[in-house]
Design a protein around this ligand. Structure first.
Ligand code: BGC
Length: 761
């Protein structure tokens, strides 16, 4: 190669690096994509930016469908929501055999918490505080999905969420940016592995960028408005962590950010994501988010498509804005050829990274699909993970673990409902294959105890609401008997039993997308059932199924025990039985605060102080509190019981004054003072006592999940550095400031041992 040519190539590559901020320049990829794009027509380039939904693409019809026609014309970049290796093979064949340039398609699906083997919903997974298990769940999901044709997942969802009315809190990791960032990284590693080209890894898509978790009133798709300081300090961290972990793609969110819908927000997509964070992958919109910008009030389809492209969006999910308007906009000088080229390049690079140009059928091995889905091994992993996601909220008189003897009444609308066990976003699951609580308990007790079962009530008695929550093939089995008839039947079996298990809560589709609730109490009819069961005087263990924090003050005051089971996936019933009967000592800890009532929302542990905090405790006139409820949550962030009792010694620091880059260690003795071996998640929080901008009253900065035998004591030690003190100041500069800090360690965000340290530059 002559010198001039070499120089040209290196400048060209450097240019593409700075524009796409690739971590490492891949000369071969660059050359490949450049050559390919040199052959592409404008229509073909725009075609790569189009991501239609499967809809009319099914095997057999593939050749005659409208989408197939577009594929043949080279006007489709990928397809979402099509399942099975066989179907995907058929469609891919059309692309690589019948289109002019034979460019393979990408196939994406919402593989959110498992593929066929379902793991706990993400909110539940996060309650395990076990990054290895979380990574493993994503790894298994990737293995199964890739065996069945998928190469791209719309996960992880890393939106920080503080409002349990929002149904999508179920899809994320709760309210904490630090934990959320670590989980984001674990999920990306799990999906993408160490090499995206392997046939058992898939590309991750971090979503929803950005701030979707802060929609007003928790109402789905609603407006978000927040200060930049809050964005940077509280909401951005998990997205940034996912980018740093190498996520191949990012999805825009539906909400507006600073008055501009995310899909058209150049500051967000280009300045923050690409320039500040160095994101080098491609950006896809959420489903029809481009045309939705017209509803937001930004103009007609041509105008909003132009805005999206110029903001830095590369692929248009279902919206057809790019497909139908970009050519015209180019002619009219509204967009440039290089803007279209850049988006096309990024999509092609993603395909290259996935190895699709080497082998477009890499992910369509029907043999693998036959052998690698829903295996015994994967189900065992799902069961083990599910046991770790369960959070024990209350356990009076140590009623749990239960003995495997006598008579147990199992009551409630979710006691024998296998279809709802997987929770929201389980698009590839075969629902009836999940294990219900009844099946799990029967399996656990065998013939050593008798289990009596009654439904007791419906999930909801309102038939209109019932039809809204029993979609997607997850029936609630609405019972037409009267409430009193059903309750009477349940009470009758309760009376004959030694203990009652009440399986209550939400149907799977009462959380997830477009499942906001204005009332997060248990439905009134379920409360009535619970009251009747408690009136029998028998101990009542409430086993909850839900995808969000609920308002449980009454239940907490009255039920004997409460087990938060969320939606645990394919092995839910077995996992819950493992915990109920003591095969597993529960160790999950909440990652979202449970309020005492709905009026306290949003309620989160890492809030700011006011100028008038409580001094003596609730109620204080002219201080920041409510007349009718204290400021305390019902269950704080990080809270969760076990069958053991953990006690904490004094917190010791290696020094109480520090300078500059010193490393300080914080240690504490933790003792298992109970009768059972168990795991405890020891949490470290920090409070910056005086700074140039107000700082939260506490922020999680570290945690360790340790195993302790009954009676055992372990010294747990954390290392602290100035990195733990850093925050974004009002110039959005990430730095730390000299001063006093409070370090706190304990088993949840409320019950903490604390010491102060002075740390100066
Ligand atoms: C959701 C996304 C999802 C997409 C594709 C949208 O409605 O907001 O989270 O990935 O659909 O199914």
């Amino acid at each position: 190669m002559n010198k001039l040519k070499a120089l040209f190539l290196s400048v060209a590559v450097a240019f593409s690096i700075s524009m796409t901020a690739q971590p490492k320049a891949d000369l071969k990829m660059d050359q490949f994509v450049r050559t390919l794009m040199g052959k592409m027509t404008l229509d073909e380039k725009i075609g790569q930016l189009h991501l239609p939904v499967a809809a009319d693409v099914v095997t057999g019809q593939a050749n005659s469908s409208e989408t197939a026609k577009f594929i043949r014309q080279g006007r489709v970049g990928g397809i979402l929501n099509i399942k099975t290796a066989a179907k995907i093979h058929t469609i891919q064949k059309v692309a690589v055999e019948e289109s002019r340039l034979k460019i393979p398609l990408m196939f994406g699906l919402d593989v959110i918490h498992g593929y066929q083997t379902m793991f706990p919903i993400p909110l539940a997974l996060s309650c395990s505080w076990d990054l290895k298990l979380i990574e493993q769940s994503a790894r298994i999901a990737a293995q199964e999905a890739s065996a069945d044709g998928q190469c791209w997942t719309f996960s992880p969802m890393v939106d920080i969420s503080r409002d349990p009315r929002w149904g999508r809190v179920s899809e994320g990791s709760g309210e904490d940016p630090y934990l959320g960032s670590l989980i984001a990284k674990a999920m990306i590693n799990g999906y993408q592995g160490d090499d995206l080209k392997k046939n058992n890894t898939i590309m991750a898509c971090v979503k929803h960028f950005a701030l979707y978790g802060a929609v007003e009133a928790g109402r789905e798709y609603n407006t978000t408005d927040m200060s930049r300081l809050r964005m940077y300090n509280e909401y951005f961290a998990p997205y940034k962590a996912a980018v740093e972990a190498g996520a191949g793609s990012v999805m825009t969110s539906f909400n507006e950010v600073d008055g501009i819908p995310a899909s058209g927000n150049k500051w967000l997509m280009t300045d923050v994501l690409r320039k500040q964070w160095g994101f080098g992958g491609f950006i896809v919109t959420d489903y029809t988010a481009i045309p939705e910008m017209s509803e937001h009030g930004l103009g007609d389809l041509q105008q909003v498509s132009k805005i999206a492209l110029q903001a830095g969006v590369d692929m248009d999910m279902v919206g057809e804005g790019f497909l139908t308007t970009l050519k015209k906009s180019l002619k009219e000088g509204l967009v440039t050829q290089s803007q279209i080229d850049m988006a096309c390049r990024r999509v092609l690079e993603a395909k290259y990274k996935l190895g699709l140009f080497d082998d477009p059928f890499r992910y369509c091995d029907e043999e693998r699909a036959k052998n690698e889905l829903f295996t015994t091994e994967n189900r065992m992993a799902a069961r083990n993970t599910a046991t770790q996601a369960i959070v024990l909220l209350k356990n009076s008189n140590q009623i749990l673990p239960l003995k495997r003897r006598g008579t147990i009444a199992l009551v409630g609308p979710l006691a024998d409902n296998k279809e709802n066990m997987t929770g929201t976003w389980s698009v590839a699951a075969d629902y009836p294959k999940s294990v219900s609580l009844l099946t799990g308990m029967r399996e656990a007790v065998g013939t050593s105890a008798t289990i009596l079962m009654a439904k007791g009530t419906n999930v909801v008695n309102d038939t209109a609401l019932n039809s809204r929550i029993s979609i997607f093939g997850k029936p609630t089995y609405y019972d037409n008997r009267t409430q009193s008839e059903m309750v009477a039947e349940a009470v009758a079996i309760a009376k004959k039993s030694d203990v009652v298990i009440a399986a209550l809560g939400e149907a799977a589709e009462m959380s997830g997308e477009c499942a906001s609730r204005s009332d997060i109490n248990l439905p009134e009819n379920q409360k009535e059932l619970l009251k009747a069961l408690l009136a029998t005087g028998k101990p009542v263990v409430v086993v909850l199924f839900n995808g969000r924090p609920l308002s449980l003050s009454w239940e907490n005051a009255n039920a004997t025990a409460i087990v938060e089971s969320w939606f645990l996936g394919s092995e839910a019933g077995n996992a819950i039985a493992d915990v109920l009967f003591g095969k597993v000592n529960p160790s999950g800890k909440l990652t979202m605060t449970f309020p005492q009532n709905i009026g306290q929302i949003p309620l989160y542990y890492n809030h700011k102080n006011t100028g008038r905090p409580l001094v003596k405790g609730w109620f204080e006139k002219f201080h920041s509190n409510f007349l009718d409820v204290s400021n305390e949550p019902l269950y704080p962030f990080g809270y969760g019981l076990g069958y053991s009792l953990f006690s904490y010694g004094d917190l010791k620091l290696s020094a109480t004054t520090a300078k500059g880059n010193q490393i300080i260690s914080a240690s504490i003795a933790v003792t298992n003072a109970g009768q059972f071996d168990g795991d405890e998640t020891v949490q470290l929080y920090l409070h910056d006592l005086a700074a140039s901008v107000t700082r939260p009253v506490k922020e999680l900065k570290g945690f360790q999940k340790i195993a302790l035998k009954a009676g055992e004591t372990k010294e747990v030690s954390f290392k602290l550095s100035v990195d733990d003190l850093k925050f974004y100041n009002s110039d959005l500069k990430y730095d730390w400031e000299s001063g006093d800090f409070e370090i706190m360690v304990g088993g949840n965000s409320r019950d903490l041992k604390s010491v102060k340290i002075n740390w100066v530059k």
